[in-house]
Design a protein around this ligand. Structure first.
Ligand SMILES: [Zn+2]
Length: 311
């Protein structure tokens, strides 16, 4: 699945949730309104709200009405309690209060859709990624725990100072199973907690996106490439695992990193490859960006760091 599909899927799920919680709240309301006293109070509040809308210009009478509404709401709540109905059961429980699960906010796609899409991609890489956080890291499982702690701190600072750091790229190197993906997911989760727009994908998925872009009609190209160009943090997992498509993989990757660097957007990459292997595999312009110490940070988690006892 490519990112646009994942995002559309996330949007579908969010809107389906909206319909579900609204239907549930509606059914509860219909049930509650069968009680005459409840219906009476409910209608009174509705009337008052209507008056409030009419009275917008007169501050004094509005104040009275507002107070009246608050009082009536309290009465209603009490009355519902007597009938063992929770007021909260009559209100839809949205996932996102900002867009009320419509997926749109101020004319644009709400951040909750992007966040959900990113979470889906993160989870598809490595099981449940939601509890992967800097605060939960157990450094005791690392042989060289002081070194790893330091590496995690550098990564954490990179995310915390995302607006001010001069570094645009963060590359995590090391063998299989040393926790590169884990560290990157910590970074992605922290960035999302800070309400950043994060796009997370494996190099394989990104490569598929490049291929889609390459073969898409002109009018659709922008929609495909937009998330990886505009997101505040792009996480690419396992660079080097992707197939090399001629005239696609390397030029597109170079273009993406270049564009992102020009607009100071952050890119985090993990790879099993050594620096020499990266140099050999990709365009020298891409390597010079990724390996240039004035704009890029590199962390090496070496192969023997993780003890066998991990989980
Ligand atoms: Zn939302």
């Amino acid at each position: 699945m490519n990112y646009v599909q994942v995002q559309n899927d996330a949007l579908d799920k969010i809107v389906a949730h909206k319909l579900e919680v609204e239907r549930f709240a509606d059914l509860n309301l219909i049930e509650a309104l069968k009680i005459p006293e409840v219906k009476q109070l409910y209608d009174e509040i509705k009337d008052l709200k209507r008056q409030l809308a009419f009275n917008e210009n007169s501050a004094k009478s509005s104040q009275n009405i507002e107070k009246c509404i608050v009082d009536k709401r309290k009465q209603l709540q009490k009355l519902l309690q007597q009938h063992n109905i929770k007021l909260s059961s009559l209100i839809p429980k949205y996932w996102c209060e900002k867009c009320k699960d419509s997926g749109m906010y101020e004319g644009q796609m709400c951040s909750c859709v992007k966040e959900r899409a990113t979470k889906v991609l993160m989870t598809s890489q490595d099981g449940n990624a939601s509890d992967v956080e800097f605060a939960n890291v157990n450094f005791n499982i690392f042989e060289d725990k002081d070194y790893v702690k330091q590496a995690y701190n550098i990564a954490k600072t990179f995310v915390e100072k995302i607006d001010t750091t001069k570094y645009n790229n963060f590359t995590i190197l090391g063998g299989v199973g040393v926790g590169k993906t884990y560290l990157m997911q910590c970074m992605a989760n922290l960035a999302m907690q800070q309400n950043r727009y994060v796009v997370y994908m494996s190099a394989f998925q990104l490569n598929q996106l490049f291929l889609n872009y390459h073969t898409a009609p002109m009018l659709e190209k922008n929609k495909i490439i937009e998330p990886v160009l505009t997101c505040e943090m792009l996480c690419i997992d396992d660079l080097g695992c992707e197939q090399m498509f001629n005239n696609v993989t390397t030029p597109m990757l170079t273009m993406i990193i270049n564009e992102r660097n020009l607009s100071s957007k952050k890119t985090v990459i993990t790879s099993n490859l050594s620096l020499d292997e990266i140099r050999e595999r990709y365009d020298y312009r891409l390597c010079s960006r990724l390996l240039d110490e004035s704009v890029s940070l590199k962390i090496m988690l070496s192969g023997s760091d993780l003890r066998q006892t991990k989980k």
